[in-house]
Structures are given as C-alpha cells and as structure tokens.
Design a protein around this ligand. Structure first.
Ligand SMILES: C[S@@+](CC[C@H](N)C(=O)[O-])C[C@H]1O[C@@H](n2cnc3c(N)ncnc32)[C@H](O)[C@@H]1O
Length: 417
C-alpha cells in the first residue's frame, strides 16, 4: 500500500540485487582472508562461522523478499541492475536487528515498551475521566511488529493495523505471527566471544495473535485509511525517523483519526535534518497541540535499547511518551514544494534538458569505456593508452582518473596481504 507501487517494487528489487551482489563479494573477500597464511586456527574458525551465517542469511532474505519481485522480468533485472554500482549501505538490512529483539532475546525490552504504553493509556483514561477504548488502532512504523502484536493481545483494540514501509522486518514478523519459525543469525555489536559473533536464533512467536491483527506494507505518510476512520494511532520510535515534517505527520494522524480519537507516541527524539527541525520535547508538545490535539498525558524515562545478551555494547535511551486527543480542527499545513521533479513522478512528462546532462554523459562514457576494457590482462596504464586513443586525450593524464574511478568502484582495494 504505497503511492507508486511499480517504483517501490523496482527499488526493492534493486536493494535486493545490491544486497546479494555486495554480500557475495564480501563472502569472497572473507574466503580469501581465510586462506591467508599465519592466521590463528581460531580466526579461521570464526571466519568460517561468518561465511556459514551469511549463507543462511542470504537464502532467508531472498526467500522472504521474493514476493516483492514477482512479476518482474528477470532478463530486464539482469540487464538493468538499477544502481551504477552497488552501494555498501545495504538498504535491505535496515533495522535488521529489530527482528532479534522483537522475536528472539528481547522480552524484557518488549515488555517495557508495552508497559510504557499501558501507563500512557491509563494516565489518559484518568485525565479524561472516562473509558478509553483503543477501538480501531493503527501502528505507524511497526517494524517487526512485536509491540503491535502485544498491544493487540493485551490492550483490546477491535482491529490493529500494523504498517511499515520496510519489507524485511515486516515480512519476517508476518511469518512468525502466522506460526512460522525463522532461523536467522544475529551479529551482535562487539560480540562477547567467538560463540556470540554470529548467533543462530530461532525466531518464533510464543503467544498466538488474537484475531484482528493486520500487517500492511504501507507508506504511513499516505496511510491507506479514510478520513476520521480510526479510534487510535500509535507511533512507536517513529516521529523522528519518518521522512516528513513533524507537523505533516501530525496532520496525517489528525486526518485519519475520528474526532476524540487518540494519538499515542513513544520513543526517543533523534531528529535529523536542518537545525530548526531538530526538535526537543517541549517543541514537540507545542507542535502537537497546534495541530488540533489536546495533550492529555506525558511521560519520559530512560530505558535500555538493543540490550542483546550476546553484544558487548548497548544503549540507554530517553523515551518520551504522550497521549494526545484529537480535539480541534485540522491544522493548516503549508503546501510544500514536491521533493521530486514532475518527470520523475509522471513518466510521460518530458525530461528537461540541462547543461549537467553533458557532464553526466561524459562521466558515463568514461566509466563504461574504462570498465569495458578490463580483460584480466590490461593494467591502468594500458586502459589509459586505449581510452586516450579513443577519446583523443593524452593517456598520461588519464592514469589518475582511471585509477581513482576503478579504485572507488571495484572490490579488493585494500590488498589482503
Ligand atoms: C526506529 S524504527 C522503529 C520500529 C518499531 N516501531 C520498533 O520500535 O522496533 C522506525 C520504523 O519506522 C518505519 N518508517 C519510516 N518511514 C516510514 C514510512 N514512510 N512509512 C511506513 N513506515 C515508515 C521504518 O521502516 C522503521 O521500521
């Protein structure tokens, strides 16, 4: 449930392609490191564990994300990988670690998150002096969905729709909530010893979910709900992460909530972006109130975050909670300039000509020329000679550009001894 599914699907496929390319490359590098002389037997063993863990991870991730790539022509995907070269920032693995906290070792943290919400709901009931039902609840940015499942089981909403735009944690959560078991390796930060470096976790959901829990792969900036259709919205660890202005997030929530509906928020405030938008809690409270909400209850407390028993590092976060009631008219949100040009949004729009295009073309001709000349025998110098002839440029002056370009895109820049 995303605004432009075809584009979303292609981006997902590209992210998966990058992930598979980069991890295969990484496995080859680790395999080569393992063959180096002078390594401890223990080191060899550790690298072997890592390689095996990556095999399991690659197979599982390909399988979980397969539905997203259905219907795409394999030949097109092979011919058009998407990115000019894969980036090492693997989007597929964003928030990968949440699945282990949610469905592996994380009961104390998950219970604590639920407890924060229970206390917020209780405080809101008390302040309003009337019964408060969660009714139809939506959880924005539900991640691997453990909190959504716990809330649905314990706080009695009639329906809970857990939404997230990141497929991997959501689809793993979905498998587990359907009764599946997922075997996956966790790589704890600063592992406590070799045995904890890649830990096989059998993820599962111990308590079967109540009827009425729905998971949706959706963009919560344009949530798939009619106006005034929800009784409550929960935003856990979300408002500072979503790529949207806080006032826009508030306006979206205001739109989908019925009059008197409740917005529950919990999470830290780690906004990114321009300085004026790095809000502190006082500003958040004021913006929420200016957005047609009455602030009914607030809390803040320090709680552990990603406290994996296998890791040598953990965080304590100050978590801010609030319960806000939709009480006023819709906020007036300024019209924002579209972040993308029209031709990107509408593929039948003409692409404007710009002087930068020439630079781009030169860059691609040069890059493609250099790459196509690599045959396993030619050196940087040979490439410079050949390209210099083709482009009628002095080969000596092409040596550094070629070395710098290939050094930044080809693997194995650092010699592995
Ligand atoms: C810090 S994580 C928190 C996840 C989960 N609530 C938890 O506590 O583990 C923020 C979540 O918001 C999701 N998110 C960010 N932008 C989103 C969007 N536009 N639509 C849906 N989900 C979004 C991310 O994919 C991510 O799962």
């Amino acid at each position: 449930l995303v605004p432009d599914f075809q584009r979303f699907q292609f981006e997902q496929r590209r992210a998966l392609h990058d992930y598979l390319t980069v991890t295969a490359q990484r496995q080859r590098e680790i395999g080569a490191e393992r063959r180096n002389e002078g390594l401890l037997e223990l080191t060899r063993e550790r690298l072997l564990r890592l390689l095996r863990a990556m095999d399991v991870e690659r197979a599982l991730i390909s399988d979980v994300l397969e539905p997203l790539t259905r219907g795409l022509d394999q030949r097109v995907l092979e011919a058009v990988p998407g990115a000019p070269y894969p980036t090492r920032e693997l989007r597929v693995l964003e928030m990968y670690e949440t699945v282990f906290r949610d469905w592996g070792w994380g009961d104390p943290e998950n219970d604590r998150a639920l407890d924060v919400l229970e206390r917020l709901v209780a405080a809101a009931r008390c302040a309003l002096g009337q019964p408060l039902e969660l009714g139809k609840l939506a959880v924005f940015g539900a991640g691997a969905c453990r909190l959504a499942a716990d809330v649905h089981r314990t706080l009695g909403p009639s329906v809970t729709v857990a939404l997230d735009i990141n497929p991997l944690p959501l689809l793993i959560g979905e498998r587990l909530l359907r009764g599946g078991v997922v075997d996956l390796y966790e790589y704890p930060v600063g592992a406590r010893g070799i045995a904890n470096m890649a830990v096989l976790q059998q993820l599962h959901c111990r308590l079967p979910p109540r009827q009425g829990l729905v998971l949706a792969l959706a963009d919560t900036r344009e949530p798939p709900f009619a106006a005034d259709s929800l009784d409550s919205v929960l935003t856990p660890w979300y408002i500072d992460v979503v790529e949207a202005e806080l006032v826009d997030t508030a306006a979206t929530i205001h739109r989908v909530l019925r009059s008197g509906g409740m917005w529950f928020n919990q999470g830290p405030l780690r906004f990114t972006g321009p300085a004026a938008r790095l809000y502190c809690i006082e500003e958040v409270h004021e913006l929420v109130q200016k957005s047609g909400f009455e602030l009914v209850a607030t809390l803040s407390e320090d709680i552990p975050y990603f406290d994996s028993p296998h890791a040598g590092s953990r965080r304590i976060e100050t978590v801010y909670g609030f319960a806000a009631r939709k009480s006023g008219p819709a906020p007036v949100v300024p019209e924002r300039a579209k972040p993308e040009p029209a031709w990107l949004r509408d593929v039948s729009e003409p692409i404007p000509f710009s002087p930068e295009l020439h630079d781009l073309e030169v860059r691609f001709v040069f890059s493609a020329g250099a790459v196509s000349l690599i045959d396993g025998a030619r050196s940087v110098k040979d490439l410079a000679e050949a390209l210099g002839g083709e482009l009628q440029l002095d080969p000596a002056q092409l040596i550094e550009p070629i070395r710098s370009f290939l050094g930044s895109v080809l693997p194995g820049r650092r010699a592995s001894r």
